[in-house]
Ligand binder design. Structure first.
Ligand code: PLP
Length: 379
């Protein structure tokens, strides 16, 4: 029997203890440095110990760390206005939470309240979190089976096929929820124009569109959101991961037509919008300049090209990258770790790279070389 620790073993065990970090490196107990090409599933968006983020969080730690949403707070207001300026939802209002799955919970509840309907359409391969609401729209049976009968009614339709969404809409449908690029589902990029088509269908059929940009957002793909790149205005847009510089965060941005039907108290959270997270949001947004986002786009395109030259299928946009390696994912992740390069899985067959957006060209090149070496060992 595996040795138990005081922590419930819910996660795969990577066999590596990390104690520190600096930029795009994580530091193990023995002092060895690992190149971080996964940024904690996207949460360490700007790497470890970014000076401006650290200064902002440190400064806030000396003052108000948390403050209930029933009290006003200038910092929370400033963070909200700064975020809204970056979103393609004119006159949206924000529901601040503490994780991605919570943002999805809120989005689903608001959609039910605003539409008066209770059924959702989500995509096969989709991932939206594991709390019971979010789990209903998440697709993988291995997470859902135990809770069959307890979940919201959801129709899962093939990702990337707008016509399948149109066909699934009924008079009971409250909303369609979609990731612009599927992360967990294997870094799946849909056909051009997919989000736009979904927007048109949802508008024509009077169904809400929830866009889950928890993984694709905050500049990960080279624009602040993919919705902005695609020129669409979701009814609700969810963000999370690295938005607050690595401290827990989730937010649902709610468009005006939904917001005006949401009633006080229908969703709240003690820690939602806490000043520590707000300070992290303000610092993060100030670092995500148009120049940095353009760099993400360029670096990502160049890197995907150099990975493709290894003779593997590469998918993604910006610095959200998947390398398709059927049957070899697990072993190659281990090989990369032996080369002191950290990546994560996506689905069963894909290695996912989510480097911090501050990563350097030389570091990405080292990632390519580590993958080359790992692939050779397996030949
Ligand atoms: C697209 C997407 N939605 C929702 C979530 C859930 O976020 P969290 O793990 O912060 O609850 C994730 C997490 O990976 C995600 O990638």
């Amino acid at each position: 029997m595996a040795e138990r620790t005081p922590i419930l073993p819910l996660y795969p065990n990577r066999g590596l203890s990390l104690v520190g970090g600096e930029g795009a490196y994580l530091i193990a107990r023995d002092g060895s440095r690992y190149l971080d090409l996964m940024s904690n599933y996207g949460a360490s968006l700007l790497g470890q110990a970014h000076p401006a983020v650290t200064a902002a969080l440190r400064g806030q730690l000396g003052g108000l760390v948390t403050l209930h949403g029933s009290f006003g707070n200038d910092l929370r207001l400033r963070a909200s206005m700064a975020l809204l300026r970056r979103l393609p939802l004119p006159s949206a209002e924000l529901c601040w939470l503490n994780s991605g799955t919570e943002a999805i919970e809120a989005a689903l509840k608001f959609a039910i309240q605003a539409s008066g309907r209770r059924r959702f359409i989500a995509c096969t391969g989709g991932y939206h979190g594991k709390t019971l609401g979010a789990l209903a729209v998440t697709h993988a049976g291995k997470y859902r089976a135990l809770f069959d009968g307890l979940l919201l009614p959801v129709d899962h339709v093939p990702f990337g096929v707008a016509a399948s969404v149109e066909a699934a809409i009924t008079t009971e449908t409250a909303a369609v929820i979609v990731e612009p690029i599927q992360g967990e589902g294997g870094v799946q990029v849909p056909p051009d124009g997919y989000l736009g088509e979904l927007r048109e269908i949802c508008t024509a059929r009077d169904v809400l569109l929830i866009v889950d940009e928890i993984q694709t957002g905050c500049g990960r793909t080279g624009t602040f959101t993919v919705s902005e790149r695609e020129g669409i205005e979701p009814d609700i847009l969810c963000l999370g991961k690295g938005l607050a510089g690595g401290v827990p965060i989730g937010v649902a941005a709610v468009g005006a037509t939904v917001a005006e039907r949401v009633t006080r108290g229908i969703h709240t959270s003690t820690f939602g919008g806490n000043p520590l997270a707000a300070a992290g949001v303000l610092a993060t947004l100030s670092i995500l300049t148009p120049e940095l986002l353009a760099r993400v786009e360029r670096l990502g395109a160049e890197w995907r090209e150099s990975l493709t030259a290894l003779g593997v299928e590469v998918r993604g946009r910006g610095l959200m990258v998947g390398v398709v390696l059927p049957g070899r994912q697990d072993q190659l992740l281990k090989e990369l770790q032996l080369e002191r390069v950290l990546a994560i899985p996506a689905g069963e067959d894909v290695i996912r790279f989510l480097p911090p957006l501050i990563v350097g060209e030389a570091e990405l090149e080292r990632g390519t070389e580590a993958l080359r070496a790992s692939l050779r060992k397996r030949e």
